[in-house]
Design a protein around this ligand. Structure first.
Ligand code: URA
Length: 245
């Protein structure tokens, strides 16, 4: 596939803005297969040609994966006229090609994968794969093991009955009258965790996703920060996709 050279350069060197990429090309700092080119609009196929900046060949990865700690207030969408989307938080990517793998509600925080790899996204979201998603939910009221027990077998939400979830009571705050739960579910229906908690008579006050399959949210990744996944991280991810069917 062919790309405009300035666009490609910003993908290969994320620190470069589009303007800086254009300037570098016009200044003759970029070569394609060893031949200097001054045209930022020149079309190039990075899988067939070697693009180099100041003589340094740039590695081209067809697919990239970013693990984002989504903050509240940002939309899990590719574009929106009014609101900031999760793609706005990732620098140096071509926003036409990237998307979040699934959605978190606007007020939900935590782990969200952003990629341009449609096949991986499809696999992760396929109901057949049963990829577990773990959430920490702060819920209204003091919940007991008995209160949350129905979630472990499945609750009727009207349009569907949930599959059994793994539920742990983490801690209760008697002053605030809240309970923190860990919930691991294999489905991903709209507002699912909030609806499940409502079905046992409580309400989610705060929700954060901390794990998707074998991939956990790194503890040192602050809200709004992201990390590009290494080959090793991806290997783990692929293992769990194949393993749970
Ligand atoms: N369940 C919800 O209710 N909201 C989310 O954002 C994710 C899971």
């Amino acid at each position: 596939m062919k790309y405009r050279l300035d666009r490609l350069l910003t993908e290969l060197v994320p620190e470069l803005s589009r303007k800086q990429a254009k300037d570098a090309i016009r200044a003759g700092r970029v070569t394609i297969d060893g031949v200097r080119t001054n045209d930022p609009e020149r079309k190039t196929d990075p899988e067939a040609e070697v693009v180099a900046l100041e003589g340094r060949p740039l590695a081209y990865a067809q697919f990239r994966y970013f693990l984002l700690n989504k903050p509240a207030g940002v939309l899990s969408a590719t574009r929106d006229k009014k609101q900031k989307t999760v793609l706005d938080l990732i620098s140096g990517i071509d926003k036409e090609k990237y998307f979040p793998v699934g959605r978190l509600d606007i007020d939900t925080e935590g782990l969200l994968l952003i990629t341009n790899d449609g096949a991986l996204s499809h696999e992760l979201l396929s109901p057949k794969k049963h990829v577990e998603k773990e959430y920490i939910a702060v819920c209204r009221g003091i919940l007991t093991d008995d209160t949350v027990a129905p979630l472990r077998t499945g609750v009727d939400l009207g349009d569907f009955t949930t599959a059994p979830a793994k539920v742990k009571l983490l801690c209760a705050d008697a002053t605030a009258q809240t309970t923190e739960l860990s919930l691991a579910i294999t489905e991903g229906k709209f507002h699912q965790v909030k609806r499940m908690v409502a079905a046992v008579g409580s309400e989610v006050l705060h929700l954060r996703r901390i794990r998707m399959g074998g991939m956990s949210l790194p503890q040192d990744l602050k809200e709004g920060e992201y990390r590009e996944l290494s080959a090793e991280d991806l290997r783990k991810f692929r293992e769990i996709i194949g393993g749970n069917e």
